[in-house]
Ligand binder design. Structure first.
Ligand code: PHE
Length: 332
C-alpha cells in the first residue's frame, strides 16, 4: 500500500510544471520542505518492519534524489535562460564604455614638485588667504603709499570690503608668518594671485610659491645656494641661470632669476622669480628686530616653471580646461 503511494508520487514528478523561479521554489518546498512530502514519508517508515521498511526506505531515497535532480536542473535552466536574455539585449558592436582616468593639472604637478624640493631643505608649507587687507599685501611690505601696484589699474579691490583686495602676490604670507613671532622661520607658501593683466604670457590670475627664511646670520650667499640647489633639482644639473639685479620694496638687495631656454633653434631667458634679502623695514613692521635677524625671500612663478618644463608658449592653455591638453599629463 505504502509503496504504491510512493510509486505514484515518482510517476507524478514528470507532470510537475516548473517555468519560473517561484514555481521552482514552490516545488522544492512541496517535496523537500520541513513539512513536505519526503519528510512525511520518512515519518511513516517507523510503522513498517523488516523487508517492507527497507524497500520503502529505498523508494523514498529515490524520490528525494529525483526531486533534487529536478531542482538542480531547473535552476541551471533558469540561469542560462537569463544569460541568453542579457546577451540578446547587449549590442556587441558598441564601443566599450569609456572611463577616463583623472590626472593632476600641470600646475599642481609643478607646485607639488617645488614643495618637495624645499621640504627636503627643511621648509614648512604655510598658506594665506586670497583676499587680504591692504596693509598685509602692501604697507607692511614697505610699498610707499603712492606705489603704482596699489593703483586700481593693477589691483583688484573688493567692492563691498573697503581696504581689502585680491592679493597681488604671495608675499603677504611673509607678513602673516613673521607676525606669529616664532623664529627662525623657514617656510614656503604656494597659492593663487591676481593682477589686472592679460596676454600670452600674463593672466589675470596665476600661481606663485613664496619662500621665506629668517634667522640670525642669513646672507645673500645662503639665498644663492638654496636657489642654485632648486634650479638643479627642478630643471636638472647644469641648467644655465642668471641673477639680475632688480628692485622690490620689500627686499634689499633684490634680484630676478632667469632660466636659459632653447626651442626651435631659438634661445632666450625666462624670468621665473623675484628674490632678495628681506628689507629691515619689513622685519620691523612685523615685530622682528632687524639688528638681530636677517633673512631672504623669493617668489617663484609656477606657470613660468611649467611653461619651461613642458615647452608651453601661451599661458592661457593652463586655464582653458581643454581635455586634449590636460590628457597629456595623465601619465606624469
Ligand atoms: N612678490 C614678488 C612678485 O610678485 C616676488 C618676490 C617675492 C620678490 C619675494 C622678492 C621676494 O613679483
Amino acid at each position: 500500500m505504502f509503496t504504491t503511494q510512493i510509486d505514484q508520487l515518482l510517476a507524478g514528478l514528470a507532470q510537475e510544471q516548473i517555468s519560473n523561479l517561484q514555481e521552482l521554489e514552490a516545488f522544492r518546498v512541496k517535496y523537500l520542505g520541513k513539512k513536505g512530502i519526503v519528510a512525511a514519508l520518512y515519518a511513516e517508515l517507523k510503522n513498517l518492519d523488516g523487508e517492507a521498511k527497507r524497500l520503502a526506505g529505498a523508494q523514498i531515497n529515490d524520490l528525494k534524489n529525483q526531486v533534487n535532480a529536478i531542482v538542480a536542473q531547473a535552476a541551471q535552466d533558469h540561469e542560462s535562460r537569463s544569460n541568453v536574455k542579457s546577451l540578446e539585449s547587449m549590442d556587441l558592436g558598441l564601443p566599450p564604455a569609456f572611463k577616463p582616468h583623472g590626472c593632476q593639472h600641470p600646475l599642481t604637478l609643478v607646485t607639488n614638485e617645488v614643495i618637495d624640493i624645499f621640504a627636503r631643505l627643511g621648509f614648512t608649507v604655510s598658506t594665506g588667504p586670497e583676499i587680504v587687507d591692504e596693509w598685509t599685501n602692501f604697507t607692511a611690505l614697505n610699498f610707499p603709499q603712492n606705489h603704482p601696484a596699489r593703483d586700481m589699474q593693477d589691483t583688484f579691490f573688493v567692492d563691498n570690503m573697503p581696504g581689502y583686495l585680491l592679493r597681488t602676490h604671495t608675499s603677504g604670507v611673509q607678513v602673516q608668518e613673521l607676525l606669529k613671532g616664532v623664529l627662525p622661520v623657514r617656510t614656503i607658501s604656494p597659492g593663487m594671485v591676481f593682477r589686472r593683466d592679460s596676454d600670452a604670457t600674463h593672466s589675470p590670475f596665476f600661481h606663485q610659491v613664496e619662500g621665506l627664511y629668517v634667522d640670525q646670520g642669513v646672507s645673500f650667499a645662503d639665498l644663492k645656494q638654496v636657489l642654485y640647489h632648486f634650479v638643479n633639482a627642478f630643471f636638472g644639473k647644469g641648467t644655465d641661470f642668471r641673477l639680475r639685479p632688480s628692485y622690490f620694496p620689500f627686499t634689499e638687495p633684490s634680484a630676478e632669476m632667469d632660466i636659459a631656454w632653447v626651442r626651435n633653434g631659438k634661445q632666450g631667458w625666462m624670468e621665473i622669480m623675484g628674490c632678495g634679502l628681506v628689507d629691515p623695514a619689513v622685519l620691523s613692521n612685523c615685530g622682528v628686530d632687524p639688528e638681530l635677524y636677517t633673512g631672504f625671500a623669493f617668489g617663484i612663478g609656477v606657470e613660468r616653471l611649467a611653461m619651461l618644463r613642458y615647452g608651453i608658449a601661451d599661458i592661457r592653455v593652463f586655464y582653458e580646461n581643454d581635455i586634449r591638453f590636460l590628457n597629456q599629463f595623465a601619465a606624469l
